[in-house]
Write a protein that binds this ligand. Structure first.
Ligand code: TRP
Length: 363
């Protein structure tokens, strides 16, 4: 069986460091590993509209931002199909059929849906489209026969739901769909990078994100004002690492090579942490180091983005080509699904013939 990746993001904003360590970086590694037969990366505009129905321009404008972020991080259209969800009508059609295989109570129990409903204060006013987005997400995954779905930890209940729908479909209509596996970040820091203010998540509305497209100055300012240990006032005070955002970011980004390059007095992060805890190490020094680490990671991404921004029509052409390839793959699966579901009337010469004979024999 082919090894196939599908994953994607909602285009509701530019991508930030949380997206980067949580999934983007890994995708690029997977892409370049050569281990996958096909890779589909989707800009999930239709899903974004499920809770932004009244704000289509926000979704529309962010498609190019996400595409630029993808390409500048190293996703390569020669190896991965980058496409736009709404341009693949087969996905909506699959969703419609999968809806028959899921109960309302099962959707209500989906922890991701539950917490997102809370987050958005939807309660009784949930749009139906939003409520059913795990089903649409199953369509996204199965349309490409994806075996592997690299996502953040928060998406695990989605994958479980997708697997259930696949099993149900296959047991009712015969083996047709492929059960996908989630691939989550190896370390938990990368799974949920906190905001620069120490809050659990980076979120645009909280203004606590470092964006991949931020300027060098912006990154420095954000790092220098990051939340640390509020009780670490004098340099000589012992510092606390727990909930200390600067150290959380170092956990996610700093390597021994970074120490050798930018802070050679310490061989590694363990030694830096030990000094901080003992007292005698100031926040500014640690922040300067983090800034150097992030700048070295972001500089090449920023430079590539600047270049790509020079030719926006070319980016849309990449998305168009990716969408054509994705549509072809999805159409093939949809045809199989319809055959399994016995709704492929016009392709079924035998059906037509058999019915003719039935009427002829007058039964
Ligand atoms: N829900 C994902 C997000 O919010 C985007 C997405 C849509 C997705 N369809 C998917 C991810 C299918 C993985 C597989 O970022």
């Amino acid at each position: 069986m082919d090894k196939i990746i599908l994953t994607g993001d909602r285009p509701t904003g530019k991508l930030h460091l949380g997206h980067y360590v949580g999934s983007l970086k890994r995708r690029v590694e997977l892409q370049n590993s050569g281990e996958y037969d096909k890779i589909f990366i989707m800009i999930a505009d239709a899903q974004a509209l499920t809770d932004n129905a009244d704000n289509p321009d926000k979704v529309r404008e962010n498609i190019i931002e996400v595409a630029l972020d993808y390409l500048s991080c190293g996703l390569d259209p020669a190896k991965s199909h980058l496409f736009i969800q709404s341009q693949i009508p087969e996905l909506t059609e699959l969703s419609f059929y999968y809806m028959n295989l899921v109960t309302v109570s099962r959707l209500q129990r989906n922890p991701t849906v539950k917490s997102e409903i809370q987050m958005r204060n939807f309660e009784a006013s949930i749009p139906v489209g939003f409520f059913t987005y795990p089903i649409s997400q199953t369509a996204d995954i199965t349309a490409f026969k994806a075996t592997t779905v690299p996502v953040g930890e928060d998406q695990l209940p989605m994958l479980e739901q997708a697997r259930e729908i696949v099993r149900k479909f296959n047991s009712v209509y015969g083996d047709t769909l492929v059960e996908p596996e989630a691939l989550i970040p190896k370390n938990t820091v990368c799974s949920r990078l906190p905001g620069t203010d120490g809050k659990a998540k980076m979120s645009k509305s909280l203004g606590n994100c470092i964006y991949l497209s931020d300027s060098e100055d912006d990154v420095r300012k954000k790092v220098m004002s990051m939340y640390t240990d509020p009780n670490h006032i004098k340099i000589s005070d012992p510092g606390n690492l727990e909930g200390n955002t600067v150290f959380t970011y170092l956990d996610a980004f700093a390597t021994d090579a970074h120490f050798a390059q930018f802070l050679p007095e310490y061989p590694n992060l363990e030694e830096l942490k030990a000094h901080y805890q003992r007292g005698g190490l100031g926040d500014i020094k640690v922040k300067r180091f983090l800034d150097a680490v992030l700048q070295s990671e972001l500089a090449p991404i920023r430079a590539r983005r600047k270049e790509l921004e020079q030719d926006i029509p070319a980016i849309y052409e990449i998305l168009r080509q990716g969408s054509i390839a994705a549509q072809k793959a999805a159409a093939k699966t949809l045809a199989e699904v319809k055959a399994s579901m016995r709704i492929n009337y016009f392709d079924d010469a035998e059906l037509i013939q058999a019915q003719q004979e039935k009427f002829n024999s007058g039964v």
